[in-house]
Design a protein around this ligand. Structure first.
Ligand code: SF4
Length: 272
């Protein structure tokens, strides 16, 4: 029996088999976050490493939400493409400071006593054992979003309520400075996360400022002035901002923020 050979147009009509140019359709870049997520393309959302715990979810933090306020465009680009603004040269002194303060607080944690630095100025005892990180999965939106936060410290009152605490290193006297609005949202966020994780809150949060004072005997130790500011917390402020962040992320690329001059600068120099 004759063997059947595959037929092509060229063998039917004679002549060489033409070279067939393979046309592959280049996937077009999705214009919205929803499209990107649905197509699971290279433009699919990135998860935040510190919080994703293996889950496919976009995680927000209070800091990310503040960056959204400063410039929605940079926020959008970071969450869609994983491209962050270059950090530049920054001092890590505050990080070192935070670490030293946390270790100092840890020394008193098991005793039920407050560290002498703040004793008599705060109510409650240090949470023991201390839970630093909290997560919350935003309902709806196909379970694609979450919110997380990392507390510096937490106090527990006698009636079992929780007060978030954040340490701040100040370069100018905090007693003479207005409160930075981002700090209010930070404490609101911590209260929100505590509440969502079955830790009822006292309705307040503390900012403990550490400010290097003047001293004539620096060789005997660096004087640190401690100022505590207590704010009322409102966890109800968090959800509307989360929803606003999601809406922004699911829409088209926003315009640059007005406060940052860099996009305008890039526009002006790119012709050279
Ligand atoms: S203006 Fe441009 S560079 Fe500046 S934060 Fe916004 S997107 Fe980023």
């Amino acid at each position: 029996m004759a063997r059947r050979t595959p037929t092509t147009q060229a063998s039917l009509f004679g002549g060489d088999t033409p070279k067939v140019k393979r046309v592959t359709k280049k996937p077009s870049k999705p214009s919205t976050f929803r499209e990107a997520f649905a197509s699971r393309s290279a433009y699919a959302p990135r998860t935040t490493n510190s919080a994703n715990r293996g889950e496919k979810r976009v995680w927000f933090s209070a800091t990310a939400m503040e960056s959204m306020n400063r410039c929605p465009r940079c926020f959008w680009i970071e969450k869609h493409e994983g491209i962050r603004q270059p950090e530049g040269i920054v001092s890590r002194l505050a990080n070192r400071f935070d670490g030293v303060i946390k270790q100092y607080f840890d020394l008193y944690r098991a005793s039920g006593e407050l560290p002498p630095m703040v004793a008599g100025q705060l109510e409650g005892s240090l949470q023991y054992p201390f839970q630093e990180k909290y997560w919350y999965r935003v309902p709806g939106h196909d379970n694609r979003y979450g919110f997380y936060g990392k507390l510096d410290e937490c106090l527990v009152s006698k009636d079992g309520k929780y007060t978030p605490v954040d340490h701040k290193t100040a370069s100018s006297d905090p007693k003479t400075r207005d409160l930075i609005p981002a700090y209010q949202f930070q404490l609101d966020s911590y209260a929100f996360l505590l509440e969502k994780n079955a830790h009822p809150t006292t309705g307040i949060g503390h900012l403990i400022y550490f400010f290097p004072g003047h001293g004539e005997k620096l060789h005997e130790g660096f004087p640190m002035e401690i100022t505590i500011k207590t704010l009322n917390t409102d966890p109800g402020r968090v959800m509307p901002r989360l929803e606003a962040a999601i809406k922004l992320l699911e829409g088209p690329l926003p315009q640059p923020g007005k406060e940052c001059p860099f996009c305008a600068y890039v526009d002006r120099v790119k012709k050279f």
